[in-house]
Every structure is written in C-alpha cells, then in structure tokens.
Design a protein around this ligand. Structure first.
Ligand SMILES: *Cc1c(COP(=O)(O)O)cnc(C)c1O
Length: 371
C-alpha cells in the first residue's frame, strides 16, 4: 500500500530541478550571498504580482510581522486585535513587541476573524488589526478596512498562507496598510529554507522596515544608526529559488483549486464538512480543511490506510499556556474552540493525482460505512 503524504515537496522539486540548479549555480558563482540582486529582483516581482509599491525581503514570516508592527509604532501598552485560529507567530509577534493580542472569534464558514465581533473589542488602547487569510481563504478585507478607518487603526494582513489569493478581484497583500508573507518550505510559495516578505504602498513604512532589517541602520550608510533594529535579511539563494517558484505559483494554485473542487464533489454525500468558498474571493487552498465530528477516529483510520493528515489548529491561541494571564474563559470564543476539536487537513498539492484523491475519499467513505 503506497503512502500519501500531506504535502510532497520532493515531487514538486522534480518538476523544477534544472531551473533551480541553474539559479543556485548562478548565485554561488556570483559571490553575493545576502541582500543582493536576486533579493532586489524578487522584491520587484512580488510587488508587481501583488500590485503594491514596495516589497521588502526579510528572514522569515514571523520577523515580517514583528518588523511591520515595529515600524508602525506598535509597542508596550498597545492592543492588537487578531484571530485565535492561526499559527502561533501571529500573536507572538504582537507579544514580542510588548503589546497585547486581543482575540476575536472566527466566522464558522471561512474560519477567518468574524468582522461582526471586532467593534466590541476596540477601546482607546487598540492600535491595529491583524486579519489572517487562514488556509488561503481571504478575510473580509473591505469591512476590516472600513472599521480601521473609523477608529484610525493600522491593518496588517498576515498573508503567510495566502500568496496568490484574491478578494474582490484584487490580490491579497494589497488591501491592508501592510501585509506579510512567509516563504517557509510548506507555504504555497516556499523556499528551501526560511524567508519572508512585507508588502506595502506606504513609502515611509517601507523605508523604516528596510532600515530595521539591517540593525536600524541607514541602508545607504551602514554605520549610521537611527533605530534599534534586527538582523533579518533574506539571502540570495532563497531569493533566486523563490523567483523561479513565483513563475509557477499561479499554475500550482490553479491545480490546488481544481483538486479541491474534486474533493468537494466526492465528499458531498459524506458527513464531513467541506471548505466554504465565498463567490467574491479566490481561495488558494494552502490547506484543504474539513470538519469531522469524530476527528481523532477518522484521522486514525486514514493513517492506518497510509494517508497523512494534519490537525490545524488543535489549541486556539487564547487557550495556549503562555496566554493564561490574558484570562479567556473556556467558552469565551466558542467557534474557535469548537473548530479546534473538528478541523483537519487532507493531502493537497499540485502533483497529487486525481486517482489518489478518489482513494482518499473512498477510505473516508469506508470509515463511515463501517461505523
Ligand atoms: C507560517 C506562518 C507564519 C510564520 O512564518 P515563518 O516563516 O514560519 O516565520 C505566520 N503566520 C501564519 C498564519 C503562518 O502560517
């Protein structure tokens, strides 16, 4: 019985092997290894792709969040509204700057921050909102920007899972005052190591971030420091690899969407809940997430049959040990808590065969048939 992984990066590499090896050789022969021409070219290409003025390469997606919030002036005493249904880094970046994350429950269909519940959590300390386009599904950006305008808040899109997603015909990464991306290998646009990027149309914010990533020094005069910064640079090898992968991203995302549609169709008559897809958004299915009431048993049955799955997210952030002091009671964010017991990801990647999708669904059906 052959195994089906959740994601198969080796299969993807085989499709771009020659292009990548040539690009890597070019960097190694060129002698510039950090923040050189490849990073600059990738920044221009990502800015053009997202339709924004600036893109700034940094060391990873977590740093992208920290640097963007720092450049926006977020610090001790400030509150930042975000979702508890995300990877830990979203809230960690807020806490790392000495600010406090304020969690708003999620929408049960999109799993994104529930915009109807944001206003109730805004007070005089609130400085920013971080919507996360979770699993590749865009958050409700129009409403979020309207709320932010009313209250003069900074909006940072955490787009780590959403490079290529669109909301109302416009790319994710161009809606907020700034947006952050991760190039962690498993992301839709992933490198062969760590990497991250920030996009923005704000010249002053971009200038600050460019300085913060090199110790707060002036990039043109590097021993002159005006801010306490970071060492958070993107390297040339990753940038060269990412430039190649960016050229394939749309076709990979299209393949994911087609395969997601096949799953949707085949799972229609089963008890699992398939992903919601809003008409005004282009979902890129970073993960194909389903809900099952008896998740642990179903995941176990799939595993016994050679199918890998991933549980996202088993502990919502307001219930993490480290945030105990924020004192969210059990049941305070009920939709996040409910979903944390039910959702998980099925295998999905451009190279996954339709035959294997049929096999995975047959295994799910056999689980319910024998229950
Ligand atoms: C992956 C991820 C990050 C962090 O990115 P790294 O590059 O791993 O630091 C942040 N937010 C979300 C939603 C993510 O999925």
């Amino acid at each position: 019985m052959s195994q089906i992984p959740l994601l198969d990066l080796k299969a993807q590499y085989q499709t771009i092997r020659e292009e990548v090896r040539q690009a890597v050789d070019k960097v190694l022969d060129g002698g510039r290894y950090i923040l050189g021409p490849e990073v600059k070219a990738l920044e221009e290409e990502v800015a053009a792709y997202c339709g924004v003025k600036h893109a700034i390469g940094v060391a990873n997606g977590t740093d992208a969040l920290v640097l963007a919030l720092d450049a926006a002036g977020i610090g001790p005493g400030d509150e930042v509204i975000t979702t508890p249904y995300t990877f830990f880094a979203t809230a960690e970046a807020v806490s790392r700057l000495g600010a406090t994350p304020v969690f708003v429950d999620i929408d049960p269909q999109t799993y994104n921050i529930d915009v109807k519940q944001i206003r109730a959590k805004i007070n005089s300390k609130t400085k920013a909102i971080i919507p996360v386009h979770i699993f590749g599904q865009p958050a409700d950006m129009e409403e979020i920007m309207a709320i932010a305008k009313e209250h003069n808040l900074f909006v940072l899109e955490d787009a780590a899972q959403a490079m290529g997603s669109e909301y109302k015909g416009r790319k994710i990464g161009s809606w907020g005052h700034a947006a952050t991306f991760s190039f962690f290998p498993t992301k839709n646009l992933g490198g062969y190591g760590d990497g991250g990027m920030i996009t923005t149309n704000d010249d002053e914010l971009a200038r600050k971030i460019r300085s913060l990533r090199v110790h707060g020094s002036n990039p043109e005069s590097k021993y002159y420091n005006s801010m306490i910064g970071y060492n958070s640079r993107l390297d040339e090898l990753q940038a060269a690899i990412l430039r190649i992968k960016l050229r394939h991203l749309d076709s990979w995302n299209d393949a994911r969407r087609e395969k997601a549609a096949l799953y949707d169709e085949l799972l229609k008559d089963t008890p699992v809940v398939t992903p919601y897809h809003a008409d005004d958004r282009k979902h890129i299915y970073h993960l194909y997430i389903i809900q099952a009431e008896d998740r642990e048993q179903l995941v176990g049955h799939l595993k016994e049959n050679g199918i890998s799955t991933g549980v996202y997210y088993s502990i919502p952030l307001h219930q993490q040990e480290v945030y105990k002091s924020l004192a969210y009671e059990e049941g305070s964010l009920p939709t996040s808590e409910y979903m944390s017991k039910r959702t998980f990801a099925l295998p999905l990647y451009a190279e996954l065969s339709n035959e294997n999708i049929h096999r995975i669904v047959d295994i799910i059906k056999s689980y319910y048939a024998n229950k």
